[in-house]
Design a protein around this ligand. Structure first.
Ligand code: 7TS
Length: 408
């Protein structure tokens, strides 16, 4: 991978922030966009903009072809057997809400179990809390090991014959840990439960094959994988999607409408009420082209090398705590500096042009498990370099010194 060549394709990276060259280390929140994605969206609006699935005119056909072509591109990218099994959504959050509100009520009865983990992002936690409250099901948690990983023994112990749904993130946006999804899926299926995967942090960074994972639902967000905001997707097993209820109703999703009753279109369109996210889908397809051209395996390797380098470099800083396991992690480092609030860390770094996130990262139960109220987090992507890590480490040392003197 030629990182300098890759960086040239991201216009936003070439600017100064607060008088320093921008070092963008917040890709887990949202990634930057390459020129090809920006151009694809621009080209659509300049030449093909039209609504889909209705017009017989030329622009309408072009827009429909591009939108449905994007669906086929996503299907191919994650190994879905067919494009109909891909539903476009606003992102991971709305994909998971669709499963929790459209699918879960048809299988959950009082006393049934939904199994998740304490490391879940709120978007893979609150929809299940709501589904449990509505159905009288119990929300159970697979406990975490001291380093934040999951043991399959605990998975076996937590999932029972009453478990109907298991929903786990593939990669943690805080701990950086890669969860053993294939193995968890196997255990879930043995108990007759359906496996849902939150793929928000895995899809951008590693090759995904939903058939090899054998999961039943898989959610992803376009904006974390070089695509535009406002587009994501839900993959579902065909037999499950065919029995899932839509949760939004209106134009585009119907077959026949009468005064008192209506019927729905086939999957996936019955789940896409209203004018869909056409430009977003087209941008997402361009992002997939971009990522595949570089190669997911190359991206994965680059980030793991960078994560190992960053872990080594940052762990040398006196008074730093790094969360999550050292091995088996993706390119993000969540940390705290003794006696400095993470928001102060992020503000100090920003004053030197370095963008990191501070806060609870939409994982309040995990923050309580870690016994902190917040952390700082540096997250890397294909355009980050060892120099970015060096800049982070140097700036953290200056931050520590500044606050040390301030406190002293
Ligand atoms: N699941 C995980 C694991 C995530 O990291 C996020 C977003 C979501 C779901 C929600 O995705 P959305 O696209 O629907 O918003 N995570 C983060 C983050 O770590 N910082 O900002 C957003």
């Amino acid at each position: 991978m030629n990182i300098e060549e890759i960086r040239k394709q991201f216009p936003i990276l070439h600017q100064e922030v607060n008088g320093h060259p921008l070092v963008y280390l917040d890709s887990a929140a949202t990634s930057q966009k390459p020129r090809s994605v920006i151009e694809a969206v621009k080209r659509y609006y300049e030449y093909d903009n039209s609504n889909v699935h209705r017009g017989v005119h030329t622009l309408g056909s072009r827009a429909t072809d591009a939108y449905e072509g994007a669906r086929a591109r996503v299907a191919e990218f994650i190994g879905s057997p067919s494009p109909e099994q891909i539903i476009f959504t606003r992102g991971t959050t709305s994909a998971l809400n669709l499963v929790a509100s459209g699918y879960a009520p048809s299988v959950l009865e009082e006393g049934d179990e939904i199994v998740i983990t304490p490391m879940e992002h709120h978007s893979n936690l609150i929809p299940w809390q709501q589904a449990a409250k509505r159905s009288g099901a119990v929300l159970k948690y697979i406990p975490l090991q001291p380093d934040g990983s999951i043991s399959l023994e605990d998975v076996e112990k937590t999932i029972t014959d009453r478990t109907k749904i298991v929903s786990v993130m593939y990669v943690s946006n805080v701990l950086g840990v890669i969860n053993p999804i294939k193995e968890i899926t196997e255990i879930a299926h043995r108990s007759g439960a359906v496996m849902v995967v939150d793929g928000a942090q895995s899809t951008p960074h590693m090759k995904i094959d939903v058939q090899a994972l054998d999961c039943d639902f898989y959610a992803l967000s376009g904006h974390k994988m070089c695509g535009p905001t406002g587009i994501g997707a839900l993959y579902g097993r065909k037999s499950l999607l065919e029995n899932m209820e839509p949760i939004e109703f209106g134009g585009e999703m119907i077959d026949f409408v009468d005064l008192q009753d209506s019927t729905w279109k086939d999957i996936p369109w019955r789940f896409e009420a209203g004018t869909p996210i056409i430009a977003g889908a087209i941008g997402l397809a361009a992002a997939i082209d971009f990522l595949e051209e570089i190669g997911l395996d190359n991206i994965d390797r680059h980030e793991k090398e960078l994560a190992a380098y960053a872990y080594g470099k940052l762990s040398e800083i006196d008074g730093i705590t790094i969360y999550g396991p050292r091995e088996g992690r993706v390119g993000l480092i969540t940390f705290n500096l003794d006696d400095v609030h993470p928001h102060d860390v992020a503000t100090a770094l920003d004053s030197e042009g370095i963008a990191v996130r501070a806060g609870h990262h939409c994982c309040q139960p995990l923050m309580r498990w870690l016994d902190v109220s917040a952390t700082a987090r540096a997250s890397f992507y294909l355009y980050n370099t060892e120099q970015d890590v060096d800049a982070l480490a140097a700036s953290l040392l200056r931050t520590k010194e500044f606050f040390g003197h301030a406190i002293g």
